[in-house]
Design a protein around this ligand. Structure first.
Ligand code: NAD
Ligand code: IPM
Ligand code: MN
Length: 361
């Protein structure tokens, strides 16, 4: 079968890291004999500033026909007034996650051998967990409002939403994932001591579902303590399940302990296959290093590997799964030669790292 891949390169370093990943895919596919075609879409801050288009409903209909989406990064300078109000982040990224019901954001936090971590006396055996971030609820739903704007009586409110349905499907995914990992350990991260309403929904569902997974060991950590453990004792984590906002924050921390933003991959999954899943690096468009051949492409290359393994599994395409595995292996082979360098500041450059991965294939 031919895998139909939609590509949204985006802004800043997005196109650089996406081109790197597609070059790796081109080199990898010949060995595994699987077929794919790519279609590029221009959705980005730059495209919006040029045309006034963000992402229309008709675009969603088009994207829906693809097997998966690879996204680089979207967004301009964080303080650009023309892009205020999250017009791009909400209008592209969140719109896709929500409209395609990609309710799992899977974010591995894994220190590869050969990569430096800022944590003293910690190695690859200590930093090896996966974060299951709920991806369609919480503060991200955009419920709330602002009144009496720009007056001394301005009032603003933003709702943290948890539905039993949304929480439960996320937890079940996390329990299934934990069950299939060697350690079979799942930690719920929340802030139930303060967020007592949404916290109840999460905690009650977690406790109830745990009874159906007697082979999975469970733990609960408040999110502030989780940040501390991620730095002092990252080895306590195996599988972590977390609501959307806290998940966003702890996975940047996760990226930092695993060697930098340029290494953290992710998948926005629609596990039931009702719409395409979307794969992207955790990082953003990094305007500070765009166009300088400085971006580390590993996060996007790894995201592509994840895309092939997940999509191949859902579509029953074993050649795609195999290709995804080979890409993951090639990345590990490359990083093992880095001798403790922080890859994001290794000085190798986007092109050189891409070539190393291709050679390793
Ligand atoms: P960022 O992730 O773009 O950058 C944070 C820091 O990490 C910067 O110093 C950057 O140089 C560095 N960095 C990021 N990726 C790197 C890579 N591959 N290699 C080496 N260094 C890398 O976050 P930001 O600066 O807060 O956001 C910039 C823009 O990106 C904003 O418009 C933001 O909204 C957007 N954003 C988009 C996404 C996405 O598309 N998924 C994610 C996060 C942020
Ligand atoms: C991420 C990003 C997004 C998020 C932003 C850009 C909307 O930070 O993918 O981690 O908050 O989910
Ligand atoms: Mn983020």
């Amino acid at each position: 079968m031919t895998l139909k891949l939609a590509v949204i390169a985006g802004d800043g370093i997005g196109p650089e890291v996406v081109d790197a990943a597609l070059a790796v895919l081109d080199a990898a596919k010949s060995k595994d004999g699987f077929a794919y075609d790519t279609t590029r879409f221009p959705f980005s801050a730059a495209h919006y500033l040029e045309t006034g288009h963000v992402l229309e409903d008709a675009d969603l209909d088009t994207l829906r026909n693809f097997d998966a989406i690879l996204l680089g990064a979207v967004g301009g300078q964080p303080n650009d007034p023309r892009l205020a109000g999250g017009v791009i982040e909400k209008g592209i990224l969140l719109k896709l996650r929500f409209c395609f019901d990609q309710y799992i954001n899977l974010r591995p936090v894994q220190l590869y051998p050969g990569i430096d971590t800022p944590l003293k006396n910690k190695g690859p055996e200590d930093i090896d967990f996966v974060v299951v971030r709920e991806n369609t609820e919480d503060l991200y739903v955009g419920m709330g409002g602002i009144a009496r704007e720009r007056t001394p009586h301005e009032v603003s409110e933003q709702t943290m939403l948890a539905t039993r349905f949304g929480v439960e499907r996320c937890l079940r995914y996390a329990f299934d994932l934990a069950r299939n990992r060697p350690r079979k350990h799942l930690t719920l991260v929340h802030k139930t001591n303060v967020l007592t309403y949404v916290g109840q929904t999460w905690h009650r569902a977690f406790t109830e579902i745990a009874e159906q997974y007697s082979d999975v060991q469970t733990a609960y950590h408040h999110v502030d303590a989780c940040c501390m453990y991620m730095v002092t004792q990252p080895e306590v984590y195996d599988t972590v399940v977390v609501p959307n906002m806290f998940g966003d924050i702890i996975t940047d921390l996760g990226a930092a302990i695993a060697g930098g933003m340029g290494i953290a991959s992710s998948g926005n999954l629609q596990p039931d296959g009702t719409a395409p899943s979307m794969f992207e690096p955790v990082h953003g468009s990094a305007p500070d290093i765009a166009g300088q051949n400085k971006a580390n492409p590993i996060a996007t290359i790894d995201s592509l590997g994840l895309l092939l393994r997940e999509t191949g599994r859902i579509k029953g395409d074993s050649a795609a799964v195999q290709c995804g595995q080979r890409i993951g292996d090639a990345v590990r082979k490359v990083t093992s030669n880095f001798e403790g360098k922080s890859l994001d500041r290794s000085g190798y450059g986007t092109d050189a790292v891409t070539k190393m991965v291709i050679d390793a294939l």
